[in-house]
Design a protein around this ligand. Structure first.
Ligand code: PLP
Length: 442
């Protein structure tokens, strides 16, 4: 059933018009069997195997019929669906440029390249985050400087950023941990004084707001994650990098090997260019291309985002209400007039001095009670990678006392969604029970 005469769009390789032997014929197309593979991957058998097989036969017949009267997608990478997604996201965020890439980490790389990050430069990021925030600087010989955290939110502390900024600081990366916005104004002030590029790690924060502005659009660049554990996903992986700066004009080249379709060299279809940087330098782009299938998934999930965040917010409010009056528990900060979180994670803190034990004991008790695999972020400098690169972990830890205290003694994250209401209630009961037992010394 191969249909090699099929038209592929949105790419110079497929713009062969009415050619009788189109260039697009060199790539395999999607067959209904492949679509069945996708259905099987995404919809696993439930309890009744026989009913499942019967339904799958129905799906297969329906797909065959669909493919007989329509055509399965031919254009699978960087096509019209990716473009439609980018337009929708830019409108949602109120920003000028949005570019759909493989993941948030790729977005950080692109943003760092426009900042002209290179050997000897420094990048300030919070001590507590996921490793993706701090992986690109060492790759190009730049140094990571760890800022301490604000103990209330475990987000980057702007005052410590001010203490650690130097003439070598080229980038500051605030991370909206758990979707709770960082206090961006003082960070933007520090950056403006020294012409530093601010790249928001908005991996958890798609749909959040800080003083009326969408998180991810306040710095010079922002990068969001649509990895499978996020509030919405692009079939498991995906990222969007956004900006209002003029570098957005080069996003397509930054994403795909510098290929510039608007220019051509002699006897060839396009040109390849380096990326211009903020400091007048040039950088060599990589390949971070994304697929139509991922974009279609994300366009679908976008429609549900508001509802997803509403459910998460209500659950966070419920947990706060349950924990508020329990001695030794510190509930997560909630929304205010200026702050709207995406409630990707629920930040629970304990007061060891009240409980008579710290978060390690508390987490063990929760695990014993069946609240397991609690997501948690360690200060990055404890990872072997940085030690291997010669970072002095002990000295850095000393310069981040709040991160140390929070990590060893005070904080963890609880999941909010997609749990059933009864699971959230049970989790609240067990958290309170663990606190009471610790206080009672049981
Ligand atoms: C704080 C933080 N930053 C960055 C990332 C990386 O996102 P991605 O996997 O889309 O590159 C993650 C992923 O979990 C994260 O938690």
């Amino acid at each position: 059933m191969a249909d090699t005469g099929q038209e592929k769009k949105s790419d110079f390789r497929y713009a062969t018009g009415d050619a009788r032997v189109p260039w697009a014929a060199i790539g395999e197309h999607v067959w209904h069997e492949d679509l069945m593979g996708l259905v099987r991957l995404l919809v696993k058998p439930g309890g009744d195997e026989q009913a499942f097989q019967g339904a799958m036969t129905g799906v297969e017949e329906a797909l065959q019929e669909l493919c007989a009267c329509g055509r399965p997608a031919a254009k699978l990478s960087l096509g019209d669906t990716v473009k439609a997604l980018e337009e929708e996201v830019a409108a949602f965020l109120g920003c000028k440029y949005a570019c759909f890439v493989t993941n948030a980490t790729a977005g950080f790389q692109i943003a760092h390249q426009f900042a002209d990050l290179g050997p000897g430069d420094e990048v300030i990021l919070p001590a507590i985050t996921f490793i993706a925030t701090g992986i690109y600087p060492p790759l190009v010989g730049a140094k990571v400087i760890f800022a301490d955290i604000d103990p209330r939110t475990v987000n980057m502390d702007p005052e410590d950023v001010a203490r650690k900024v130097t003439d070598r600081t080229k980038v500051i990366m605030p991370v909206h941990i758990g979707g709770y916005p960082v206090d961006m104004d003082p960070i933007m002030e520090i950056a403006a004084e020294r012409d530093i590029t601010v790249i928001e790690d908005a991996a958890h924060a798609f749909g959040g707001r800080y003083k009326g502005r969408m998180t991810g659009t306040i710095g010079h660049f922002g990068s969001f994650s649509f990895h499978e554990v996020k509030n919405i996903t692009a079939f498991g992986e995906g990222g969007i990098v956004c900006t209002d700066t003029q570098f957005g004009e080069y996003f397509n080249q930054a994403r795909f090997c510098g290929v510039d379709m608007s220019r051509q060299i002699e006897n060839w279809l396009y040109d390849v260019v380096a990326l211009p940087t903020k400091t007048g330098g040039l950088q060599v782009p990589g390949n971070h291309s994304s697929t139509e299938i991922q974009a279609a998934c994300l366009l679908g999930q976008l429609k549900r985002l508001e509802e997803i965040i509403r459910v998460r917010r209500e659950r966070a409010e419920y947990l706060a209400e349950r924990f508020e009056s329990v001695p030794g528990l510190v509930p997560a900060p909630l929304n205010t007039d200026e702050i709207e979180s995406t409630f990707h994670l629920y930040l629970l803190q304990v007061e060891p001095e009240v409980l008579g034990g710290d978060i390690r004991e508390f987490k063990q008790r929760l695990t014993d009670k069946g609240v397991t695999n609690i997501p948690h972020f360690a200060p990055l400098y404890h990872f072997t990678l940085y030690k291997q690169l010669g970072y002095d972990t002990a000295a850095i830890a000393q310069s981040c006392p709040n991160a140390e205290d929070a990590f060893w003694h005070r904080f963890t994250h609880l999941p909010l969604y997609p749990l059933a209401d009864e699971q959230v209630e049970l989790m609240a009961d067990l958290v309170i029970e663990a606190a009471e037992e610790m206080r009672a010394g049981r």
